[in-house]
Design a protein around this ligand. Structure first.
Ligand code: PLP
Length: 487
């Protein structure tokens, strides 16, 4: 038995297949359009997968954010939302869930995760502040720099290895953390940020032991510890699987050990709780008061924070459902299946499998491309073209230029194929693997991209690109040769 299969359901034939412990009750029709239409769609969308429309997309694996399947109980709760500007019962239910699940007394509601980042940055970052973190997330970096701060990323070298068996690549390098604090002076460091299931390096978790070590240093120098809990459920699940000390702990116990060490916990409810919205939580009265006035200023009154009351109800139920291991394990188990099967068939994947999505190592596949040609962006466009599957570029295109306007090349060039919770079937995942294998075998046909419109901030969202040659047409010709009239 693979020890990472929590539901422990064996197949007689010995296959390691993740078995769904839910049934589908509402479905949505998908569109698998011909490859010629997919090429047109790419041109219309500026060869940026964010520019595509869902009518042209077969499997939308761009993100898990706000697109995890909701449960019947969440939908039911949304029907009894209490629509009040102030003092809504829905908010009180969310507060109770935050206290029960995350162990945090105070809750500041916000409209999504990046809004929490804006509030925290606005409250604590001054010009020149330094924020040590295990790794940045795009919106976190944008908000910190917006307020004049800088970041330093402190992963261990192992995290930058694309293939590894290290169970906790999201761990923070403790020696480097202490070195930076001594060099910089603690007074210039308003907080240390730990991101659960570190998104941009492949959804890789940190261990509780590492968090304890970070906490000890934060306490030693009197620095706040901020936990980005957007992917906390998955991090907790992998702690249970991979950190022997916690093998027998419940999800709830593990979650509260982690949140209990942080001074501020914030989350995107688009991820945590399978809904939309977000929150900033704390047990510290002073911290709460420091951020409280910013909520009505940026978000909305303190009992809705820019969210609809229906979403608030869905968050409350979704937070409790995070404690259900059969729910939280579904996406990581499908990802593990995808990563292991693709790897076995020769596709370079980031290992060990993480959470939120499978990550394809585009740099390894497209060795013939120059780093200035946006390798992961080109691979994402090529993969959409030959499969109708929309992934997300996670490489240099997602980086921002430095203060002098120079490119800052990413440590990794990845195509992220998100696997939102309980959305796809196993045959759809098998289709993804099949097309990945084909594209890997025809990788020489993939060419580069160049910008035709490059916005100054978060360029990966709105930027428009075009291919540097007629490589998409050549890829189509080979697809037709191999697949005939198959979509
Ligand atoms: C780790 C992490 N932090 C913050 C955010 C930002 O959250 P949102 O998209 O709700 O603004 C995300 C979103 O993907 C995330 O993955």
């Amino acid at each position: 038995m693979n020890k990472e299969n929590p539901v422990k359901i064996k197949f007689y034939n010995g296959e390691d297949i993740p078995l769904e412990l839910h049934k589908v009750r509402i479905v949505q029709k998908l569109h698998l359009v011909p490859i010629e239409r997919r090429l047109e769609a790419l041109y219309e969308g500026g060869f940026n997968t964010f520019g595509l429309k869902t009518t042209d997309i077969f499997l939308d694996m761009i993100t898990d954010s706000g697109v995890n399947a909701m449960s019947d109980n969440q939908l039911a709760a949304m029907m009894q939302a209490d629509d009040a500007y102030a003092g809504s019962q829905s908010f009180i239910r969310m507060q109770k869930a935050v206290e029960d699940v995350l162990g945090q007394k105070y809750l500041l509601p916000v409209h999504q995760g990046r809004a929490a980042e804006n509030i925290i940055a606005c409250a604590y970052i001054k010009k020149g502040s330094l924020i040590p973190m295990n790794y940045h997330f795009t919106t976190t970096l944008a908000h910190i720099t917006q307020y004049g701060g800088r970041i330093v990323e402190l992963l261990y070298d192992e995290a930058y290895k694309t293939t590894s068996s290290h169970p906790f690549k999201g761990n923070m390098n403790i020696e480097k953390l202490e070195g930076i604090i001594i060099k910089e002076d603690a007074s210039n460091i308003p907080f240390i940020r730990m991101e659960a299931s570190t998104n941009l390096i492949g959804g890789q978790p940190f261990s509780i032991q590492n968090l304890r070590d970070v906490k000890a240093i934060a306490d030693k120098y009197g620095i706040r510890l901020v936990l980005d809990a957007s992917l906390l459920g998955e991090n907790a699940y992998l702690v249970k699987q991979r950190e022997p000390e916690f093998a027998e702990y419940s999800m709830g116990e593990i979650i509260q050990i982690m949140t209990g060490m942080a001074d501020i916990v914030y989350f995107s409810a688009r991820k945590l709780s399978s809904s939309r919205g977000g929150g900033i939580c704390t047990n510290n009265d002073k911290i709460y008061r420091e951020m409280e006035p910013l909520i009505p200023l940026f978000e909305g009154f303190l009992t809705y924070g820019g969210m609809s009351v229906r979403e608030i109800e869905a968050i409350a139920v979704g937070l409790y459902e995070t404690l259900d291991e059969t729910m939280i394990s579904q996406s990581p188990d499908f990802i593990r299946y995808l990563v292991n099967s693709a790897t076995e068939q020769g596709v370079p994947m980031i290992t060990p499998p993480g959470v939120l999505g499978a990550h394809v190592n585009a740099r390894d596949i497209c060795k013939h491309l120059d780093k200035r040609e946006y390798i992961a962006g080109a691979f994402a466009a090529a993969f959409f073209l030959i499969s109708g599957v929309r992934g997300m570029e996670r490489g240099s295109l997602s980086n921002q230029r430095d203060e002098y306007g120079n490119e800052t090349y990413a440590d990794m060039e990845l195509l992220r194929l998100a696997v939102p919770r309980r959305v796809f079937t196993l045959s759809q995942i098998k289709y993804v693997i099949d097309r990945l294998v084909w594209l890997n075998e025809n990788r020489e046909l993939i060419g580069g991209l160049k910008f035709v419109y490059e916005p100054p901030v978060l360029r990966f969202f709105m930027g428009r690109l075009e291919p540097v040659s007629d490589w998409p047409q050549k890829l189509i010709a080979k697809f037709k040769e191999d697949f005939g009239d198959s979509l």
